[in-house]
Design a protein around this ligand. Structure first.
Ligand code: DOR
Ligand code: ZN
Length: 427
């Protein structure tokens, strides 16, 4: 029986202890006050912070169709480097993940590569065309837990109603990209002073909020499990608060970029800052932060969206929306919540691992760091200053909006069921 010792770690940033992992079974074998010295492999973790492996409900790995920008393999590398042990990859690939065999292929590829559990998201409508529902039941039977047309909104209310009813019947999550497309035609930036100054077509908050309000009411009346992708406005937070107070079954995510960045970044017209929904204003970011702290928003999800330079290093209006997220999210969450003193590592574990695992009913993720639990773990050095650079990313693409920015927290090791999937060589 192979045993791995992670000596001198601080689970949830608390007291120093040592963890012994049974590598064959992939579970935590014992936890002790003293270092385990007779293990087959011993790592001195230098008092670094240990969290349950992170779970990302929202990434784009671009396979099949745009393997030039990301594959399931390179995306898994980026995920492991970011501390993730499970990710959900969206259906807006080419072909769209709208049939069971396509979903199964995504899962199989992820498992074969073995760096991260890659869960496929099935599309709600065939070909993401917003016209005909997919076979939600068949895909659910083949293991798909979440359905989304992300990248596009299910705008048609009657179609959304039917989707909610089918999703409820099969007990799966519907994740909505809330954007009234009639209100965002040609829009590339948040509708506000900044867009007006820069001469960019504005994307109003109401384009998101009107869909959130509608969907909350539909969920109230037709049931099911509704999840809101990338909440981006103050008004959305108010609507979520209202919905939750009514006992409506909604959950929501916020991205690291909507917490840290605002539309002030657009002044250079750099396409790296184009994203859907767009970067908003300071008061939106503040409201989202508070909402995450008080549980109105449930989780952080990266919306990792790789694009090639031919689609990003172009005029702002022509740049494709989306930014890399997997390898910088922990550092940003550390900056926004831990360094600032707003929250502790328990909170980070909750919003980046426990809650997403709970929402998606993953039995082996987001579990406590305790004896007998799966050894899905992330080791973080909170005092390892590093500079984000697109060229250093494990991701195939390099469209990070944080180019040249210094962060203090760094993932130094990730383990999936006891097997190390990433090491910064300092673990
Ligand atoms: O910025 C975005 N990029 N938002 C989305 O909803 C889709 C994503 C993508 O696929 O690139
Ligand atoms: Zn997305």
């Amino acid at each position: 029986m192979t045993k791995l010792a992670l000596n001198n770690v601080r689970p949830y940033g608390e007291d120093v202890t040592s963890i012994l992992i049974d590598v064959e079974d992939g579970v935590i074998d014992s936890i002790g006050d003293n270092p385990f010295d007779d293990a087959d492999e011993t790592i001195d973790c230098g008092g670094n912070v240990l969290l349950p492996g992170l779970v990302d409900m929202h990434v784009h790995l671009r396979e099949p169709g745009r393997e030039d920008t990301e594959t399931i393999a390179t995306g898994s590398d980026a995920a492991a480097k970011g501390g993730f042990t499970a990710v959900f990859t969206m259906a807006n690939t080419n072909p769209v993940i709208d049939q069971p065999f396509l979903a199964e292929a995504v899962w199989e590829k992820g498992q074969t590569y073995g760096k991260c559990d890659v869960y496929p998201v099935g599309s709600i409508t065939k070909g993401l065309e917003g016209k005909t529902l997919t076979e939600i039941g068949l895909m659910a039977r083949s293991g798909v837990r979440m359905f989304s047309d992300d990248g596009k909104c299910v705008n048609d209310p009657q179609l959304m109603r039917r989707a909610i009813e089918y999703a409820k019947a099969h007990d799966v999550i519907l994740a909505q990209h809330a954007e009234d497309h009639r209100m965002t035609e040609g829009a590339v930036a948040h509708e506000g002073e900044q867009a007006a100054r820069l001469g960019l077509r504005g994307w109003p908050r109401v384009a998101e909020e009107s869909i959130v309000a509608r969907d909350a009411i539909m969920t109230r009346d037709y049931g099911g499990r509704y999840h809101l992708c990338h909440a981006s406005t103050e008004g959305t937070v108010e609507l979520l608060r209202f919905a939750k107070a009514q006992g409506i079954n909604v959950t929501a995510e916020v991205t690291p970029h909507h917490l840290l960045l605002t539309d002030e970044m657009l002044s250079t017209y750099d396409g790296l800052f184009r994203v859907n929904p767009p970067l908003r204003e300071k008061r939106d970011a503040e409201a989202l932060k508070q909402a995450l702290l008080d549980g109105t928003v449930d989780v952080i999800a990266t919306d990792h969206a790789p694009h090639g330079s031919e689609d990003k290093c172009v005029e702002f209006e022509h740049a494709k929306p989306g930014m890399l997220g997997l390898e910088t999210s922990m550092a940003i969450v550390h900056r926004v919540f831990v360094e600032s003193g707003l929250a502790d590592w328990r909170f980070v574990a909750k919003v980046m691992s426990e809650r997403p695992a709970e929402i998606l009913r993953l039995e082996d993720q987001g579990r406590p760091i305790a004896v007998g639990e799966p050894a899905n773990l992330t080791l973080i050095d909170p005092q390892d200053t590093w500079t984000a650079k697109g060229k250093d990313m494990a991701s195939k693409a390099s469209n990070t909006p944080y180019e040249g920015i210094e962060f203090n927290a760094r993932v130094v090791g990730t383990w999936l069921r006891g097997t190390q999937t990433y090491s910064a060589k300092k673990a």
